[in-house]
Design a binder for this molecule. Structure first.
Ligand code: NAG
Ligand code: NAG
Ligand code: NAG
Length: 416
C-alpha cells in the first residue's frame, strides 16, 4: 500500500509536541538550531477549527463525506481588510487503494483532524516580530482532505470515496467572501507543497473572485514547483504518479484551459506547464535541492533497487561525487525552468535557494529568525513582502550548493 508521503516536517514536529503535551514549549521556547526555534514574543495561541457543515449539502466534502474545515485567526487594526488564505499541504493519493488508506487519516476526514491544535507559524503567525508584514491580517488555513490539491471532482460508488477537492475550494472561498473577504483591499493565496500546487492550479480562479475591484491579488507557491523530472533510472516516477492522481480524482475538467488546450491533463498538473498561462502575479519559492522531490521523484526507492541512494537521500553529506553531480543537474533543471516559466511576467517573483529542504513559509526558523535562510542577505519574509507590496523586485537565484551558509537543511538539522 502506498505510504502517505507527508512533506511538512514542521507540522509533524508540532504534532509530536502536541501529543507529548509540550506544545507550549514549542510556542514559547527558543530552542537553538537542532530543535525548533521561535522568536521571543507573545505566546501563540492555537487557532480553532471551523467545520463548514453547510457545504455538505452541495457535495463539498472530504474523502469520507465529512465536512471541509478551516482555521481562521481574524485580522486586527490595519490588517482588518487584508486576507491571507493558506492551503494546507500533505501529498496526494493516486489510486483507489491509496485513497482508501488516506481516508482513514486527518488528510481524508475532518472527523480525524485535531480540533484546536493548529499553531500558526511563519507567514501565518500573529507575532509582529516573527511576521512583520502579515501578522495583523485575517489569516486562514484551509484544511486538506481531498487528496488532489483541491482540484478533483468525482465519486466512486464501489469504495464510497468522494473526490471533491474543487467543490471544497469553491465552498470555502464563497464562505470567506461572504464573511468579509469580498471587500478586502489586499489578498494573498498561499500554500506549501501539495498546497502550493493547489495555489498554482487556483491562482487565476482566486483572482476572478475580485474581478472589477481594486483589490491587490497575488499568489505564493512554497515548495510547489514539482518538476516533471527523469529519475535516476531514466523513468518518470512523478509523471506516472500525477497521472494516477489526475485519473483517480477526475481532475482534468478543473485544470487551467490555458494548459489543457495544448497539453494532456497529466502534464497540466505540473506547475512548469501552468504558470506561464497565469495572469495573477505569482511568487515561486523553492529550495533548488527540494528534499521531497529528491526522495520521491529523482531517486525514489523504485528507481533505486540496490539502495545506492538511501543514505544520500536523507543526508546530503552522505552523497558521493556522482550523486552530487546528479543533484546539481536537478538544481540546474529547476533554475532553468523557473527562469523560462516564472520570469515571463514582470509582476512575478522567485526565490530559489540552495538548501536541502521542503517548505519554508510556515516554519518560523526558515521564515524569519536571526539565522534564517537568505540570498544575498535577504531573508524569505523580506523577499515575499518586498514582492507583494512592490517595495522591490525579487528575482533571486542562489549560487549552487555548498556556497550558501544560511541554509536550514531540514533532513539533518531538524531531527524529529
Ligand atoms: C531564549 O534564549 C535566551 C538565551 O539563551 C534565554 O536567556 C531565554 O530565557 C530564552 N527564552 C525562552 C523563552 O526560553
Ligand atoms: C501526456 O503527455 C506526456 C508528454 O507528452 C506523455 O509522456 C504522457 O504519456 C501523456 N499521458 C497520457 C495519460 O496521455
Ligand atoms: C551581507 O551582510 C554581511 C554582514 O553584514 C556583509 O559583510 C556582506 O557584505 C553582505 N553581503 C551582501 C551580498 O550584501
Amino acid at each position: 500500500m502506498e505510504k502517505i508521503m507527508i512533506a511538512k516536517l514542521w507540522e509533524i514536529f508540532l504534532m509530536v509536541l502536541v501529543f507529548t503535551g509540550s506544545a507550549q514549549a514549542a510556542a514559547d521556547g527558543n530552542m537553538s538550531r537542532g530543535g525548533m526555534r521561535r522568536l521571543a514574543g507573545a505566546p501563540v495561541a492555537p487557532v480553532p477549527i471551523t467545520l463548514l457543515t453547510s457545504a455538505v449539502g452541495i457535495g463539498a466534502v472530504c474523502m469520507d463525506g465529512t465536512p471541509p474545515a478551516f482555521h481562521m485567526d481574524p485580522g486586527s487594526g490595519e490588517g482588518k481588510n487584508r486576507w491571507i488564505v493558506h492551503l494546507e499541504g500533505g501529498s496526494w493519493c493516486e489510486s483507489l487503494g491509496s485513497c482508501l488508506y488516506r481516508k482513514a487519516s486527518r488528510l481524508g476526514s475532518s472527523d480525524l483532524m485535531n480540533k484546536e491544535l493548529m499553531y500558526f507559524g511563519g507567514i501565518l503567525s500573529s507575532s509582529p516580530a516573527e511576521n512583520p508584514d502579515f501578522f495583523s491580517w485575517n489569516r486562514v488555513m484551509i484544511r486538506y482532505c481531498d487528496g488532489a490539491s483541491f482540484a478533483g471532482e468525482g465519486y466512486d460508488a464501489g469504495t464510497g470515496l468522494f473526490f471533491r477537492g474543487q467543490r471544497i475550494w469553491n465552498a470555502v472561498m464563497q464562505h470567506l467572501l461572504s464573511i468579509g473577504m469580498s471587500s478586502a483591499d489586499q489578498v494573498l493565496l498561499t500554500g506549501s507543497s501539495a498546497g502550493a500546487l493547489a495555489v498554482v492550479l487556483h491562482c487565476d480562479q482566486f483572482g476572478a473572485f475580485f474581478a472589477g475591484r481594486d483589490t491587490t491579488v497575488k499568489c505564493l507557491a512554497d515548495a510547489g514547483f514539482f518538476l516533471d523530472a527523469v529519475n535516476v533510472a531514466g523513468g518518470r516516477t512523478l509523471r506516472s504518479y500525477f497521472g494516477g492522481v489526475v485519473a483517480t480524482h477526475g481532475v482534468a475538467q478543473n485544470l487551467p484551459t490555458s494548459c489543457t488546450d495544448h497539453l494532456n491533463a497529466t502534464s497540466c498538473f505540473f506547475p512548469q506547464n501552468i504558470i506561464g498561462g497565469i495572469d495573477t502575479p505569482i511568487f515561486v519559492l523553492n529550495a533548488a535541492y527540494d528534499t521531497w522531490q529528491i526522495r520521491e521523484s529523482l531517486a525514489p526507492d523504485g528507481a533505486d533497487p540496490s539502495g545506492a541512494w538511501r543514505a544520500c537521500k536523507s543526508n546530503r553529506l552522505a552523497c558521493n561525487e556522482l550523486q552530487m553531480n546528479i543533484l546539481q543537474a536537478f538544481r540546474n533543471q529547476m533554475v532553468v525552468t523557473v527562469l523560462r516559466v516564472v520570469s515571463r511576467s514582470r509582476s512575478n517573483g522567485y526565490f530559489i535557494n540552495s538548501c536541502f529542504t521542503h517548505g519554508q513559509t510556515e516554519n518560523p526558523a526558515t521564515w524569519n529568525a536571526y539565522d534564517s535562510p537568505a540570498i544575498q542577505n535577504k531573508t524569505i519574509w523580506k523577499s515575499v513582502g518586498d514582492w507583494y507590496f512592490g517595495r522591490a523586485e525579487v528575482r533571486a537565484i542562489d549560487c549552487a550548493y555548498p556556497c550558501d551558509y544560511t541554509c536550514y537543511h531540514d533532513m539533518e538539522d531538524q531531527l524529529i
